[in-house]
Design a protein around this ligand. Structure first.
Ligand SMILES: Nc1ncnc2c1ncn2[C@@H]1O[C@H](COP(=O)(O)OP(=O)(O)OP(=O)(O)O)[C@@H](O)[C@H]1O
Ligand SMILES: [Mg+2]
Length: 258
């Protein structure tokens, strides 16, 4: 299997945690080499806001750009730990939808500029996102643990299968899984007829703190089950063995029942 260097996340519904997971997967990736998180949510991308970053160059300025990999690296915002961000504008009037060729051009340029690229595609599909998702090495479909969201995840997964994304490169994950939820995630999976590759726990305190401080989860809640689940998700996406851990949380959150 070729190395998985370009990973895209798409939400089964709005508010699934796509941006939060993209940012934090990018941070895990950055431990192994240069990494950039690219915000392609052209309807309202808020990756920069999540990380409290003011983009030097906004993504719409890069559509059709003839800049090279080195200039693109210089256009990105750098977080203190080294993670790079290519963000959307704060002003909604500056948001702009690319042509599929423009989005693919930026994707190719960014893939040449960094060792790994994590792309936030927002929620739902349009022709631009389909083109991007068909191009990357792996797609993570993020759903919350409810039947409608997981059914939407199955619908997205089916479209991706139709456009040629191999099954091994499509992962449906459940985010914000609460062990006190009324429904067992296995029941949701069965009802929606979807295989869930990973579950990420709900951690309101860590997420609220991270968003409030514009920080990464590993900085505000190091070693927490959510941070470990994000690390394990990165290994899973890349087809790498999971880091050995003694924590009692390790097995429950990946693949098994929470
Ligand atoms: N595992 C989690 N536990 C608790 N809260 C979470 C978790 N994941 C995400 N959140 C929170 O859910 C909210 C939505 O997250 P985020 O903005 O990443 O979702 P999104 O799918 O990108 O939304 P949008 O569709 O608006 O782009 C944020 O407040 C975030 O902190
Ligand atoms: Mg988002």
């Amino acid at each position: 299997m070729d190395a998985v260097r370009r990973v895209a996340l798409v939400g089964a519904k709005g508010g699934s945690g796509t941006t939060l997971l993209a940012a934090n997967l990018g941070a895990v990736a950055q431990r192994g080499g240069s990494s950039c998180v690219l915000d392609l949510d052209c309807r309202k991308g808020d990756l920069a806001a999540l990380l409290d970053v003011r983009p030097k160059v906004i993504v719409p300025e890069l559509w059709g750009s003839d800049c090279d990999a080195s200039r693109l690296r210089g256009s990105a915002s750098h977080l203190p730990g080294g993670l790079c961000i290519l963000g959307q504008p704060d002003a909604m009037a500056q948001l702009a939808r690319p042509l599929p060729t423009e989005a693919l051009g930026l994707l190719a340029l960014a893939a040449a500029a960094w060792d790994t690229l994590v792309v936030d595609c927002g929620a739902g599909l349009d022709e631009v996102m389909v083109a991007v998702l068909a191009e990357v090495d792996a797609v993570v479909i993020v759903a919350t643990p409810d039947v409608l969201a997981v059914r939407n995840a199955r619908r997205l997964d089916a479209v991706l299968g139709q456009v040629g994304v191999p099954e091994a490169r499509r992962l449906v994950v459940l985010n914000r899984v609460d062990r006190h939820d009324a429904f067992d995630t296995a029941d949701i999976e069965a009802a929606a007829r979807v295989h869930v590759a990973a579950r990420l726990p709900r951690d309101d305190a860590a997420c609220a703190r991270a968003v409030g401080e514009g920080a990464l989860l590993a900085d505000v809640a190091p070693g927490s089950p959510l941070v470990r689940a994000v690390e394990d998700l990165w290994s899973l996406v890349r087809g790498e063995p999971l880091a050995p851990r003694t924590s009692r949380w390790r097995i429950p959150w990946l693949g098994g029942e929470p």
